[in-house]
Ligand binder design. Structure first.
Ligand SMILES: Nc1ncnc2c1ncn2[C@@H]1O[C@H](COP(=O)(O)OP(=O)(O)OP(=O)(O)O)[C@@H](O)[C@H]1O
Length: 222
């Protein structure tokens, strides 16, 4: 059997602020196969965003390891983590993945330039924007987009390099029903094309469409 796209073992993450210690992840593991979609749910503060940050190499776990498409992304320099991310991971986070001073089209082009190895699977920016349904906004700056358009643009950026692993944090948090269906269909298409998808969500529709639903509580699987 093929190795999982994502293999994360025994992840720990602690935060210390003055006297206060938070144990955000306490030995969490996760394997996701090609074509599989996993939804992660859990109450506020249970560690969902910390988990995604560690999987994306945007944060370093204090313990445990993360491999993506056979490459280790944990316990490496920031530059190495960025390189693994550019090669294999699409990230769609609440904080937004768009640079404000670039048009939507140029945001996609920039992400594609940062991963020179993926040219074989790359879709032209305009085509990506057509897929997510905002082709007419290609020349707009992100600050001019509505919430739903911004969510679609963020997904176009996350899909720009046909990632092996797609990580999304509440991708449908602030969008209407029609946009949610569209985003969900696009996540499904990426999984059908062979990617592993991990999506943090409170949405029943998103969790209902996933192959597996996992629940975090106090930094552990519940
Ligand atoms: N940089 C940080 N410094 C200190 N504590 C942090 C930091 N990041 C997260 N935490 C703490 O770690 C715990 C998990 O936070 P996290 O954001 O991962 O939870 P979450 O499940 O994503 O919550 P929400 O659903 O509200 O976004 C929380 O107690 C949070 O306060």
């Amino acid at each position: 059997m093929a190795a999982p796209v994502l293999s994360a073992y025994s992840m720990y993450r602690f935060f210390r602020a003055g006297e206060e210690e938070t144990f955000a992840l306490q030995g969490v593991g996760l394997e996701v196969e090609r074509g599989e979609t996993v939804a992660v749910t859990g109450p506020s503060g249970s560690g969902k965003t910390t988990l995604l940050n560690c999987l994306a190499g945007l944060d370093e776990p204090d313990g445990g390891t993360v491999h993506v498409a056979g490459e280790r992304i944990s316990h490496r320099t920031e530059r190495e983590r960025s390189a693994v991310r550019a090669r294999h991971i699409g990230v769609l986070f609440q904080s937004g993945n768009l640079l404000d001073h670039l048009t939507v089209r140029d945001n996609i082009a920039l992400v594609q330039r940062l991963a020179p190895g993926s040219a074989r699977t790359r879709v032209p920016p305009q085509e990506l924007l057509e897929r997510v349904g905002i082709a007419q906004r290609a020349g707009s700056l992100p600050g001019r987009l509505s919430g739903g358009e911004a969510a679609r643009a963020g997904l176009a950026v996350a899909l720009a390099n046909a990632p092996d692993l797609l990580l999304a944090d509440e991708p449908t948090g602030e969008v209407d029903g029609e946009t949610e269906r569209r985003l969900l269909a696009l996540l499904g298409e990426r999984a059908a094309a062979g990617a592993a998808v991990v999506v943090v969500t409170h949405s029943r529709a998103v969790a209902g469409a996933a192959d597996r639903v996992l629940r975090l509580r106090d930094g552990r699987w519940a």
